[in-house]
Design a binder for this molecule. Structure first.
Ligand code: ADE
Length: 229
């Protein structure tokens, strides 16, 4: 899989995209992530990318030309499954969307910034707009990192233990059961007896029961959505 991220502040993404699971997935050749500096497609000596908005409201808007040049430079080289724009207006990101994006070969993620981007680019070049929640971030870079993290860990082979992505919260529409490690007793607080029983069937039943109980308690709307397996 290849992900090209177009950003006006590329340095923001360096660290999160070069650690942990994403780093390992890159090293294993499972994913390539390229960060493209929108200023490289900017105008004049100052590589300007933004301008005042028509209509007089405050806030700079990214001009269409650098966006057009950056996107078409990429799309002229290969086919992309999606040209994604990160925006609070977009479709809400969730595990189902992460699952389907993780099956793509090539993605562009354009990070929104300032007051937004010229709407003509959204109308003509963007194929999918994604929001990561009902709040406004200073820029779309944080959203792009969230999206990359959620999809890269789903690529087969990205996690050390291949089965653990399947047991994530939400993967079966339920929250994860609680987890414990040694010592079996700490401060007088005990690990549930069943986990020490060595009986895989009982342990699985307990975990599933806890998943349902926690989902009912903490996120009942997930059960209303009919996800319970
Ligand atoms: N850019 C600003 N806010 C955002 C959000 N909530 N989701 C995605 N991109 C954004």
């Amino acid at each position: 899989m290849r992900i090209d991220i177009i950003s006006a502040v590329p340095d923001l993404m360096e660290s999160p995209l070069n650690h942990s699971i994403i780093k390992r997935a890159k090293e294993k050749g499972l994913v390539e992530i390229h960060i493209i500096n929108l200023h490289d497609y900017g105008h004049g000596n100052y590589k300007q990318i933004d301008d005042y908005q028509f209509g007089g409201d405050a806030g700079m808007v990214i001009r269409p030309e650098p966006l057009f040049r950056a996107i078409t430079d990429l799309t002229s080289r290969r086919e992309y499954d999606h040209v994604i724009y990160t925006s609070p207006d977009g479709e809400m990101f969730d595990q189902n969307m992460a699952n389907s994006l993780s099956c793509c070969d090539n993605l562009i993620i354009l990070c929104g910034h300032y007051k937004g981007i010229d709407h003509r680019i959204r109308e003509h070049l963007i194929t999918k707009e994604i929001s990561i929640g009902n709040y406004v971030l200073s820029g779309g870079e944080t959203a792009a990192i969230v999206i990359c993290d959620a999809i890269v860990r789903l690529i087969p082979g990205a996690l050390g233990d291949g089965s653990s992505a399947l047991s994530d919260s939400f993967q079966d529409g339920l929250l994860s059961p609680p987890v414990y490690t040694r010592p079996a007793e700490f401060n007088g607080w005990k690990v549930p007896e069943v986990l020490l029983s060595g009986n895989p069937r009982l342990i699985q039943e307990w975990k599933h029961g806890m998943s349902i109980e926690r989902t009912r308690l903490l996120r009942p709307e997930l059960l209303d959505e009919g996800w319970e397996g």
